[in-house]
Ligand binder design. Structure first.
Ligand code: HEM
Length: 506
């Protein structure tokens, strides 16, 4: 048996071995991307990326860093963050050979399997997506628009009822979130959650978001934490289950049940009442051999994917409008003129909305300025490497996108890119076309394109017309109109407004 001194020596040797291993491995990871500028901590740990996100100020921290280090900066031992339009165009092109990074796989929350969003093998992902895409395009678009109209009408009615009850000061941010969740749940599973009318957060979804988003989205930055998230033990202990009596688990059960009923043909809905699920499963998904389990997994991610994105743009643009009177009244005037000239119906159609030039400019500028997604969605540099902005990048490196910096780029949007000014999108011409193209990167591109893009664009086109033709909005707390936390997506709290009927619109 070694004596006290022997144990001490052994402990010392083990410590120096670990220390040496740490130093050597840090130098090795640092070396690969030593030519890429970035914060010191980011060159050999994941701490910087985690911290930048976890603070809830990721837009500011990553935006400032990207300004300091340039369009390509290091954010992790094996990760770079880019805000370069030309690189994105290449990565997102139809012929891109960049696969998705492991970050996607680590976002899985359902122990039963992958959804289309979490698949990283390109051929399998493409195959799965090809079955789903028709539900969001072509002849299904009018069905989506119909659902949207239904929920826009419901939102207007709920606001009107509040005003009639003398409750002009309302938490408009919450109402819009309820509206969005109802819209997406109906679009995805044929049945709304019923949040808007009941004024209730069914399934505790919004509360769960508040609790989970900060650590989940920041944790995804650290690969071994991501691996823990999707380990069978973690999923077994913490993932929502269809046997749960509340929360997301209950929602997954509702979904499972709805899909089972659709597959067994026991749906009570008539053919005329076709909703997207009926269309998907019976007309399209079944046709393509999409099994029930995959239907459940793919439908389950539509609510977070569809609700946590468009809603941010709507709330953000509303705040910008309330704080920019010149734009607010110009938008109002365009809508008023269109109504009095009989150029728009009620509710406005997407085609009519697209013909209102200033409204379109407001929608684009609001989207640019209040980008719902701040950063993320990394693709992996293929094979032996690539050259990005003139810098050699080895194969296997994760290329994260800094959407916020891209959308505030002075080269693309002009010197006043940090100002909300819809006029920049007026007048057409090649530069406006270029700005619109860069804005479109917010939805990914090529085989990475967002599945809900068409629905999101139609919604953005219509929502302000429907709200502004009926009401006037004023921030209830001008000194602190809301509280916003920005991770990969955002959380908004306490967004209160005073809303009054606008009788002048006719
Ligand atoms: C303004 C609103 C929206 C924005 C900015 C947005 C943005 C994005 C982005 C950036 C991606 C990932 C692209 C990539 O992998 O590079 C994505 C994927 C996706 N989005 Fe959206 N999205 C929006 C609305 C929606 C809506 C309304 C839905 C559903 C109804 C939806 C469903 C999806 C799905 C299913 C995917 C995964 C697609 C795939 O696996 O390739 N999104 N979205």
């Amino acid at each position: 048996m070694p004596g006290k001194l022997g144990w001490a020596k052994a402990a010392l040797s083990a410590t120096s071995l670990i220390f040496t291993w740490y130093i050597v491995s840090s130098v090795v990871v640092w070396y690969k991307l030593r030519h890429i500028p970035g914060p010191f901590l980011a060159s050999f740990t994941y701490i910087w990326g985690f911290w930048a996100s976890y603070t809830g100020r990721s837009n500011q921290i990553m935006g400032d860093a990207q300004k300091k280090y340039g369009r390509v900066m290091r954010v992790a031992p094996d990760g770079i963050l880019i805000s370069d339009p030309e690189t994105l165009l290449r990565i997102n092109s139809a012929r891109s050979n960049y696969p998705r990074g492991q970050w996607y796989a680590h976002a899985r929350f359902d122990p039963r399997g992958d959804s289309v969003i979490t698949m990283t093998d390109t051929p399998s992902h493409n195959k799965r997506k090809a079955k789903l895409a028709p539900a969001f395009s072509g002849k299904n678009v009018p069905i989506l628009e119909n659902k949207l109209d239904k929920w826009l009408t419901a939102l207007v009615q709920v606001i009107r009822d509040r005003i009639a009850k003398g409750e002009e000061t309302m938490e408009i941010g919450l109402l819009i979130h309820y509206f969005q969740v109802d819209l997406i749940s109906e679009v995805s599973m044929g049945q709304p959650w019923g949040n808007l009318k009941a004024n209730k957060d069914h399934f505790g979804y919004l509360e769960m978001n508040k609790a989970v988003i900060p650590s989940l989205q920041a944790g995804l930055y650290i690969p071994f934490v991501g691996k823990i998230f999707i380990s069978s033990l973690f999923l077994k202990l913490f993932a929502p289950r269809t046997t749960d009596t509340k929360g997301l688990g209950l929602f997954l059960w509702v979904l499972e049940d709805a899909v089972k009923r659709r597959f067994s043909g026991t749906t009570e809905k008539s053919r005329e009442e076709q909703d997207i699920l009926l269309k998907l499963t019976q007309d399209i998904w079944i046709e393509h051999g999409h099994p029930p389990r995959e239907c459940q997994l793919d439908l389950a991610i539509l609510v977070p994917a569809g609700a946590e994105t468009t809603v941010m743009m709507i709330r953000g643009t509303l705040l910008l409008l309330m704080s920019t009177p010149a734009v607010y009244w110009k938008l109002k005037q365009e809508i008023k003129n269109a109504i009095s000239d009989g150029r728009i119906s009620s509710p406005v159609t997407n085609e009519e909305a697209k013909s209102l030039e200033y409204t379109q400019a407001v929608v684009r500028e609001g989207f640019r300025f209040m980008m719902p997604i701040n950063y993320g969605f990394p693709k992996r540099v293929p094979g032996s490497g690539d050259t990005i902005c003139g810098l050699p990048i080895p194969g296997g490196i994760n290329v994260f996108v800094n959407y916020q910096s891209l959308m505030r780029s002075e080269e693309v949007f002009g010197k006043d890119a940090d100002i909300f000014r819809p006029e920049r999108f007026l007048g057409g011409g090649p530069h406006v076309a270029y700005m619109v193209k860069v804005l479109d990167f917010a939805f990914g591109g090529g085989h990475f394109t967002c599945l809900g893009k068409t629905l999101a664009i139609i919604e953005m086109n219509k929502v302000f017309i429907e709200l502004f033709r009926n009401f006037n909005f004023q921030t209830a707390n001008p000194e602190k109109p809301w509280r916003r936390e920005v991770y990969t997506t955002w959380l908004v709290h306490d967004f209160w407004a005073r809303v009054t009927e606008d009788e002048s619109m006719g």
